[in-house]
Design a protein around this ligand. Structure first.
Ligand code: F6P
Length: 327
């Protein structure tokens, strides 16, 4: 008998940093599963819930009115225990005991690293749905939460711009993204930032110094976006260094932090999450065992989970060129 005839019970978790649109993805998995005659179970707090066997059956009404909400109704965690073989063994034993035959993991690359191992060590079908504000997953153009986070950054930076212009200050705004500059690059373009410092491009600090020195010590406002993963130092060191060279300039630091992770998901994130949830259930029903469902050129794609973990996504060079032209 083929696996697609066998699957009757599937589980879903959210793992790693929460991202707006995770709830829309859960809703999509649950409703698409039920529409395909499956029973769907939600485990709480990511892999920790799998290890501690903390789960509930999800019915269609359990996911009503969540498409518009941020966070995740299943809660999330970065599980230390799941990083161990023993932890993954416990998780598998619990899935097996409940006769669950496939798992859908909504999360980022850390979560997919665990998913790859679970699938490999126990020959268990696991499908990943990319969910992280960082957009740093190989194989997909977008991850759930990225669009909303970008819009949050843009709104915040527009407000900071008002103060920057009113006081003729140079504002340095730090945005999230872990070791990647996807949020920094797009938000920098969208806010008309005078410079964008991101980890994928070196020598920008030198460029920034030139820009500032061209203005001399004259008072003029500017907005500089700094990715949290910037390699030339953290935002405070960068500003301290510049201040030493240009003591008369009025500089301020603003760190946006976790406001970037919350809030109601954008229409784009809701639709993407809905598409990916359906695609993940379809993938399980079509006997896929260790893949991520992603979006490339607006089409759904399947990417081996291990590739998403091993390979790095490149920053969009066309966008970088735009920055140089527009600044
Ligand atoms: O991966 C999402 C993210 O928000 C990163 O941008 C950031 O570096 C990290 O998580 C922060 O993690 P935590 O919420 O655990 O402090």
């Amino acid at each position: 008998m083929e696996l697609m005839d066998e699957i009757k019970r599937i589980a879903v978790i959210t793992s790693g940093g929460d991202a707006p649109g995770m709830n829309a993805a859960i809703r999509s998995v649950v409703r698409s599963g039920i529409n395909n005659g499956l029973e769907v179970f939600g485990f709480m707090r990511g892999y920790d819930g799998l290890i501690n066997n903390d789960f509930k059956k999800l019915e269609s009404h359990d996911v009503s009115h969540i498409i518009q909400t941020g966070g995740t109704i299943l809660k999330t965690a970065r599980s230390k225990e799941f990083r161990t073989k023993e932890g993954r063994k416990k998780a598998y034993a619990n899935l097996k005991a409940s006769k669950i035959e496939g798992l859908i993991v909504i999360g980022g690359d850390g979560s997919f690293a665990g998913a790859t191992l679970l699938s490999k060590e126990h020959n268990f079908p696991v499908i990943g749905i990319p969910g992280t504000i960082d957009n740093d997953l190989y194989g997909t153009d977008y991850t759930i939460g990225y669009d909303t986070a970008l819009n949050t950054v843009v709104q915040a930076v527009d407000k900071i711009r008002d103060t920057s212009s009113s006081h003729n200050r140079i504002f340095f705004v730090e945005v999230m993204g872990r070791e990647a500059g996807f949020i920094a690059l797009r938000s920098g373009i969208a806010t008309g930032a005078e410079a964008i410092l991101l980890p994928e491009v070196s020598g920008q600090l030198e460029k920034l110094k030139n820009l500032v020195s061209q203005r001399g010590n004259q008072k003029k406002s500017s907005l500089i976006i700094v990715a949290e993963g910037e390699r030339e130092g953290n935002i405070f060191d960068i500003v301290k260094g510049l201040h030493a060279d240009f003591p008369k300039l009025d500089m301020r630091v603003s760190i946006l932090g976790h406001i970037q992770r919350g809030g109601s998901p954008s229409a784009y994130d809701r639709v993407t999450a809905s598409r990916l949830g359906v695609a993940a259930v379809d993938a399980l029903l079509n006997d896929q065992r260790s893949i991520m469902v992603g979006i490339r050129n607006n089409d759904i794609v399947h990417v081996p989970l291990k590739k998403t973990v091993k390979l790095n996504k490149s920053i969009n060079r066309d966008l970088l060129e735009i920055v140089d032209v527009l600044v």
